[in-house]
Design a binder for this molecule. Structure first.
Ligand SMILES: [Mn+2]
Length: 450
């Protein structure tokens, strides 16, 4: 059904949601409104938003929502957020999205794109609450539509000041086009990370006396986010990356009675790559994926990093997940007939500490080039992190990847600058004290945070 004459992704009448790098215009074009509306600081659309009586979101609803979020981020104190999205509408949105997400498999298979000749799949990396950069990205890439699929690789919240807005906007797209928009989980969609890097406090400030309730609902939704995707049978995507096998080697199985408790010590078992069957049976609905025990696959998928050193080893820097070398990339691609791995998870700060791997200045890196294909990292938060203790910033670009029909395995890279100027905002975490990247985790507090 799709062709050159297919309808535009987004009806063209409103002005662009945001303008890239045009400080003079960014405020006036930010809302779908005239400049006079901005000078009077009146909202560009009717607020508060209401939930459609039939629970069916429309493109217009999402456009109004985007515009209201952009406007409120520039004109309202954070505690006035319920005047844009009352908690009852928040509840409906999160509940509706949550129901859809919880039903999805751990690894989402995106194959509908194969039967649409002009289709494209856009893969997006970490966003970290940078709402205005996400609004720019969506417009630049073209909004989700019948033949434009999106896979978001996680880390929607924390660090940036608009994690709630970012997450809710993506949930709205998910509800509107559940088979076109795929939201995967990042390591920050967890109780531990959100309690350290700002999202919990952000929700408490924005929803005040309903804050605890709203935060709990967000956590419930995080638990439902799928872990990985396979696009067109050729491209594996996940936030961190590869994962270990947790199947019990025959030699370690207890003999005798079938139901006897299995004694298995993963530490003593050599690491090997896991399979898609194992990925599909992992229990993902955990707030903080464990770093020990038998349910290790979600933690690996969300926290692992590539390295240039061959082999598979425990990710000691992060204290959770794995490090995998180019030989593992080759093994994984070959075994499962894939061409690409696209993961995210490492921004410019993390890459500064990874000798042998390229920096994140352009928002993406090609980490492994092997016989069967490539491993790519994509990071979509430009000028990251929003709050920094030092004057000197990374000034990194963000990027997204476009995979096109018919093969979906020849990535087009699109780098973009941060939307400037960013509205003034205060951080929701102590960024001068909190360590710069996720590397050193206080694992003990992950236990007590449960
Ligand atoms: Mn991450």
């Amino acid at each position: 059904m799709s062709s050159d004459s297919s309808p535009p992704v987004c009806p063209p009448d409103p002005k662009p949601i945001n303008a890239q790098n045009s400080p003079d215009e960014s405020v006036t074009t930010a809302c779908f409104s005239s400049s006079s509306a901005n000078t009077t600081s009146s909202p560009p659309v009717d607020i508060p938003l209401s939930w459609p009586p039939d629970s069916k979101l429309t493109l217009d609803w999402i456009r109004h929502f985007s515009s209201a979020l952009d406007w409120s981020s520039r004109n309202l104190p954070p505690s006035d957020f319920p005047s844009v999205l009352p908690v009852s509408v928040f509840d409906s949105l999160v509940l509706t999205a949550s129901k859809i997400l919880h039903k999805e498999p751990n690894c989402v298979r995106i194959n509908d794109c194969l039967s649409l000749p002009d289709s494209a799949v856009v893969v997006v990396g970490d966003v970290h609450g940078q709402l205005h950069d996400l609004l720019f990205l969506l417009q630049d890439a073209g909004f989700p539509s019948d033949n434009r699929f999106f896979v978001f690789n996680g880390d929607y919240v924390d660090r940036g000041a608009w994690g709630l807005e970012t997450f809710l906007l993506l949930l709205a797209w998910k509800v509107f086009l559940p088979h076109r928009v795929h939201l995967l989980r990042g390591n920050h969609e967890s109780k531990y990370c959100t309690s350290v890097y700002g999202f919990e406090k952000e929700v408490l400030v924005k929803y005040d006396d309903k804050g605890k309730h709203a935060y709990r609902k967000c956590l419930g939704c995080f638990e439902g986010l799928p872990l990985a995707s396979v696009i067109a049978g050729r491209v594996y995507t996940a936030h961190g990356g590869l994962f270990r096998s947790v199947s019990i080697p025959k030699s370690k199985r207890s003999k005798g009675k079938k139901n006897r408790r299995i004694i298995f010590n993963p530490e003593a078992t050599p690491l090997s790559l896991g399979s898609f069957v194992e990925l599909s049976t992992a229990r993902r609905s955990v707030l903080d994926p464990p770093w020990e025990g038998l349910n290790l696959i979600p933690g690996d998928v969300l926290w692992s990093d590539p390295t240039m050193k061959p082999g598979l080893s425990l990710n000691k820097e992060r204290g959770i997940g794995l490090l995998w070398g180019p030989d593992c990339t080759e093994e994984f691609l070959k075994k499962f007939h894939l061409k690409l791995i696209i993961r995210s998870h490492e921004g410019p700060d993390a890459r500064e500490k990874r000798p042998g791997l390229a920096g994140m200045d352009e928002g993406y890196t090609i980490d492994h080039v092997v016989e069967s294909g490539k491993l790519i990292t994509v990071f979509s938060a430009p000028d990251y992190p929003q709050f920094q203790a030092t004057e000197e910033r990374y000034k990194n670009k963000g990027a997204y990847i476009v995979l096109k029909a018919p093969d979906f395995d020849d990535p087009e890279f699109h780098s973009f600058e941060a939307t400037a100027p960013r509205p003034e905002a205060r951080a929701y975490y102590d960024y001068e004290d909190v360590i710069d990247s996720d590397e050193e985790l206080d694992l003990a507090s992950m236990v007590t945070a449960k």
